[in-house]
Design a protein around this ligand. Structure first.
Ligand code: ZN
Length: 283
C-alpha cells in the first residue's frame, strides 16, 4: 500500500527518461523549425512561443529517514497489572496511543500498516495543481522524529499527494506521511513565476489516515497481539544517562583539594537522556 502511494506520487517518474528524451528531441526540432520559419510571418513565430511544456516530473531526490529506534524492549500483555511487573494498563494505553499514530489505515489484511515515514499534521494552501491529485502547496508542519530529523515547515513549499481532488487556493489540514524530498520539474502557473520552467527540491507528503485511538481500537489491538500479530510502537523515552550515571556531571580529582571537581556531563541534561525506544508487544 505504502509502495503504491509512493508510486502514485512519483507516477511520472518512469516516464521521465522517455519524456526528457522526447523533450530534447522536440527542442531540437523546434530550434530547426524556428530557423526555417524566421523569414515567415510574426503569427507563426508567436504560435511557437505559446507552445508551453506543461509536463510534470517528480523524482525522488533524498529518501525519507525512517523512524529508527535506538533500543527495543518487550511489553507482555499477560503481565499487565500483575504484582511484580512493570506492565500497567496505563502504560498499555500510552503505548497504544503511540502505536495508533504510527499506523496507516490501508487495504492490508490487518487493516493497517506501519508508517514508513514520519507522520505530521500538515496545514496547506494549494499553489498549483500538478495533476493526479498531486499539488504544490504552501505548508506548515511541526518537526518530527527523534532529534527533529524532519525539520518543521512554516510557510514552506511542499509537494502533497491528496486523497481527493482540490483546486488552487484551497486550504486544509491533513495527516501527512513524509516520504522524503523530491525533485519537481514543472512549469509554474503562479505569480511571479508564471510560465517559468523550474526544478524545485521539496519535502513530499502523502495524505493518509491513522488508526483511531479508542477503547475499541485498543481492544482490537490486544486481540491481534494475542492472536500472534507482530506489533510495535516507537516512543521517545527519558532514561538515566549512562555516561554520568544520572548525576548530570562527572567528577575529576583535583590535586591538593579535598573535593573532586564537578564537570557538567556533555551527553545529558541534568542526568537525563531522551532516546527512541521500540516496544514490541507479546501475548
Ligand atoms: Zn550524563
Amino acid at each position: 500500500m505504502i509502495k503504491r502511494l509512493l508510486f502514485v506520487l512519483l507516477a511520472s517518474a518512469t516516464a521521465v527518461s522517455a519524456q526528457t528524451t522526447a523533450f530534447g528531441t522536440k527542442a531540437t526540432a523546434n530550434a530547426a523549425e524556428t530557423t526555417a520559419t524566421t523569414p515567415a510571418t510574426k503569427g507563426s513565430a508567436k504560435a511557437l512561443e505559446e507552445e508551453v511544456d506543461n509536463t510534470v516530473v517528480i523524482t525522488p531526490f533524498r529518501s525519507l529517514t525512517p523512524p529508527e529506534a535506538k533500543t527495543s524492549r518487550t511489553f507482555q500483555l499477560s503481565k499487565v497489572n500483575k504484582l511484580g511487573f512493570t506492565e500497567t494498563s496505563k502504560e498499555l494505553q500510552r503505548l497504544y496511543s503511540a502505536f495508533a499514530t504510527q499506523r496507516i489505515i490501508d487495504g492490508s489484511p490487518s487493516g493497517s500498516s506501519k508508517a514508513t515515514g514520519y507522520l505530521a499534521t500538515v496545514n496547506y494552501a494549494i499553489v498549483q495543481d500538478l495533476g493526479d491529485n498531486r499539488f504544490l502547496a504552501k505548508a506548515a508542519w511541526p518537526a518530527a522524529g527523534p532529534n527533529d530529523v524532519l525539520a518543521a515547515g512554516a510557510d514552506t513549499m511542499a509537494v502533497l499527494l491528496l486523497e481527493k481532488p482540490a483546486k488552487v487556493g484551497d486550504t486544509g489540514k491533513i495527516t501527512g506521511m513524509h516520504v522524503g524530498t523530491v525533485a519537481l520539474l514543472f512549469t509554474a502557473t503562479y505569480p511571479p513565476l508564471v510560465g517559468k520552467r523550474l526544478t524545485l527540491r521539496r519535502e513530499a507528503f502523502v495524505e493518509c489516515a491513522t488508526l483511531e485511538d479508542s477503547p475499541a481500537g485498543l481492544q482490537k489491538f490486544v486481540e491481534a497481539v494475542n492472536a500472534g500479530a507482530e506489533m510495535s510502537a516507537t516512543t521517545n523515552e527519558q532514561i538515566s544517562c549512562k555516561k554520568c550515571g544520572g548525576l548530570g556531571f562527572t567528577r575529576e580529582a583535583e590535586k591538593g583539594k579535598l573535593l573532586d571537581k564537578r564537570i557538567p556531563c556533555a551527553e545529558c541534561v541534568s542526568g537525563k537522556v531522551i532516546i527512541s525506544v521500540e516496544t514490541k508487544f507479546a501475548p
